[in-house]
Write a protein that binds this ligand. Structure first.
Ligand SMILES: [Zn+2]
Length: 413
């Protein structure tokens, strides 16, 4: 992969970058965001087709030729390129799907209206993440409006299915060989800070086996629910004593439980689903499962009847960006420029994002950078500050021009 070495951080304040930022229109940001919010794409529950059409129309209006890419499940991701030469190239990734809106009565504004009130844009997807998509599209629209031709290629990857792990979205683009840019930005809400690491996850089923007996003679059986209880309260002991500077230590959560057959029967089986979140450096699934097995061995010293097995169902690697990569430096400078010189903080993501496909599969330096706070995501009255959407559009425009280079800036004055 060609490596971009020319991206001098001061390029974010070049005349072309300044001209692009001046051309950013808050109206574009709001209009694009409202159009995307008005095209529901609840996942699970719907497809992204309507939202993909809206995004493709906006991309066409700024000079791109968007294509819809569909995997086996027929879910649409929009891929579009703006600019001149193939290299350098930069991908901007945002997901078109949202979590379901839930009961409309729990909202004080209609979930698909995109109302603006008190400086907030409100609606399903406002912060996660149709607002960010609108900001990136508005940044690209500003570049076109300023008469700037990007020297390299800006790729939009507006994808399906991120909320349910991205297998029908960004993963499809990866499988089709479309993740081959020199750097990437994933626009998940980072509060305009620099997201440089994210957790991974291991989903593990633990099953306790006992012996059934009549409920009036519990001593004649082995209660699998009791065995599981002995494990449940000690789950945190299976966490290694490690920590990452941006995302802290690993975590464990017992997420689901089932067991027993009837009120008058000693249960011979109890199962739980364990959500074990990993941090960068935890790359061996066996090493994550083994401490749970050792914990059961400890429990068995006092309670030899306890029999519990573990099966790893899903594994998702944690991800980390190279902190000195050109895209990281440019993003840091661009954000500082847009926020009055204050350098953004490097932050970690506790959740899992599509950045992992760029970082871990395609090996592309990637930053997570977007407007708003994830604390407002997935809830009723989801919102994002309008000012942050516009600041994001300006920062994206700066980064796009600085990373890809500019030609054709009309001389003014
Ligand atoms: Zn998201």
């Amino acid at each position: 992969m060609p490596v971009v070495t020319s991206a001098d951080a001061s390029a974010v304040r070049s005349p072309a970058a300044d001209a692009a930022v001046l051309a950013v229109e808050a109206d574009d940001v709001i209009r694009f965001a409202r159009a995307l919010i008005a095209a529901p794409s609840e996942n699970p529950g719907a497809t992204e087709d309507e939202a993909a059409t809206v995004a493709a129309d906006i991309l066409s209006s700024i000079g791109a030729r968007p294509e819809i890419v569909r995997g086996d499940a027929d879910r649409p991701s929009v891929v579009a390129r703006l600019g001149g030469a193939d290299r350098p190239s930069l991908a901007w990734n945002g997901h078109l799907d949202t979590v379901p809106a839930g009961e409309p009565e729990t909202w004080s504004h209609p979930p698909f209206a995109g109302d603006v009130a008190d400086g907030r844009l409100i609606g399903r997807g406002a912060v996660d993440m149709k607002g960010a998509i609108a900001a990136a599209l508005a940044g690209a629209a500003a570049i076109a409006r300023a008469g700037i031709d990007l020297r390299g290629s800006l790729w939009f990857h507006l994808v399906a299915d991120e909320e349910l792990s991205g297998v029908h979205g960004t993963k499809v683009l990866w499988e089709r060989g479309l993740l081959d840019q020199d750097a990437a930005i994933v626009g998940e809400a980072s509060g305009l800070q620099l997201g440089l690491a994210e957790r991974g996850g291991a989903w593990i089923t633990a099953t306790a086996f006992g012996a059934a007996a009549h409920g009036s003679y519990p001593e004649r059986g082995v209660n699998a629910i009791t065995s599981m209880a002995r494990l449940l309260l000690r789950l945190p002991e299976a966490l290694p004593d490690i920590s990452h500077p941006l995302i802290g230590g690993p975590t464990v959560n017992a997420a689901l439980i089932e067991g027993g057959t009837a009120p008058n029967v000693v249960p011979d089986r109890c199962a739980i689903e364990i959500d074990r979140r990993t941090i960068p450096g935890e790359t061996d699934p066996a090493a994550v499962v083994a401490p749970f097995e050792r914990l059961v061995e400890q429990i068995r010293r006092e309670h030899p009847e306890v029999a519990i097995t573990f099966v790893l169902n899903e594994w998702c690697d944690a991800a980390e960006s190279p902190p000195d990569d050109p895209i990281v430096r440019l993003a840091r400078e661009a954000l500082a420029t847009e926020t009055g010189g204050r350098a953004p903080a490097a932050v970690g993501f506790s959740g899992i994002t599509d950045a992992r496909y760029y970082l871990n599969e395609a090996r592309i330096p990637t930053v997570i950078l977007g407007p708003g706070s994830l604390t407002a995501a997935h809830a009723a009255d989801e919102w994002v500050p309008v000012a942050e959407l516009v600041a994001a559009a300006r920062a994206y425009a700066r980064i796009f021009v600085a990373f890809l280079g500019a030609e054709g800036l009309r001389k003014s004055g």
